[in-house]
Design a protein around this ligand. Structure first.
Ligand SMILES: Nc1ncnc2c1ncn2[C@@H]1O[C@H](COP(=O)(O)OP(=O)(O)O)[C@@H](O)[C@H]1O
Ligand SMILES: [Mg+2]
Length: 207
């Protein structure tokens, strides 16, 4: 019997096995406040979009769960065992050295996605699982996009910046900037600075 392992904003996650492999079933549940037909088409579209992006990410060699099956509101993904990065960062459960290595890995993974035209859309420590070998696995492509937009890529970097300390961020950024075969990183970081400037400007004008 599948067991609920987690509940997200729009989906429940069930643990099960499929073809002899440990999997999670990401089941987007019905929202009662939406008209039924609209609700089911939204769930279907998001499920398909997430599957498409995760498959693209796998194809370029990024460390993401494999998509084993796609239903109308259900994805079956290989299950990754480990700890969520946000818990490791908050709880101090990994020592400093490990966290720096993991953040570099997260930076490399993001550069690999961006180099291949994939934007994650919610690249925070809450969407990274760290396995026993201290490798970062990227999950939750529900807000992802296949785009080369500099602005969207900059937002990925910005979300990570906001989710960790300055020291961890600098480690992440250094590896994002120095990833092989990815030449746009400087432009992305320049755009990020623009976004932050705009943010400050808005705050000022809003008083
Ligand atoms: N492939 C996976 N392997 C193990 N756990 C997973 C996997 N996918 C999701 N989870 C767990 O389920 C939680 C919610 O999944 P996520 O895809 O982030 O959904 P949501 O879009 O609701 O945030 C994650 O934080 C993680 O704990
Ligand atoms: Mg999530």
């Amino acid at each position: 019997m599948p067991k609920i392992i987690d509940k997200g904003a729009e989906a429940r996650l069930l643990g099960s096995t499929f073809l002899g492999v440990d999997v999670v079933i990401k089941d987007r549940v019905r929202k009662n406040y939406r008209i039924e037909e609209i609700d089911s088409s939204i769930r279907k579209e998001r499920t398909r979009s997430e599957a498409r992006i995760m498959c693209a990410a796998s194809a370029c060699g990024a460390r993401v769960p494999l998509v084993l099956w796609v239903g109308s509101s259900v994805l079956v993904l290989t299950r990754i065992y480990g700890a969520m990065l946000n818990r490791l960062v908050e709880g101090g459960r990994a020592d400093g050295q490990d966290l720096f290595g993991i953040m570099s890995d997260a930076g490399r993974q993001l550069a690999l996605l961006h180099r291949n035209g994939i934007v994650h859309g919610d690249y925070t420590t809450a969407n990274i699982i760290v396995d026993r070998q201290h490798k970062a696995w990227i999950i939750d492509f529900g807000l992802g996009e296949l785009t080369s937009s500099l602005e969207s890529r900059a937002v990925d970097v910005l979300l990570m910046k906001r989710s960790v300390s300055a020291a961890l961020y600098s480690c992440f950024l250094e590896s994002y900037l120095s990833s092989r075969g990815y030449d746009d990183a400087d432009k992305v970081v320049a755009r990020l600075a623009d976004i932050e400037r705009r943010g400050r400007y808005q705050k000022r004008t809003l008083g």
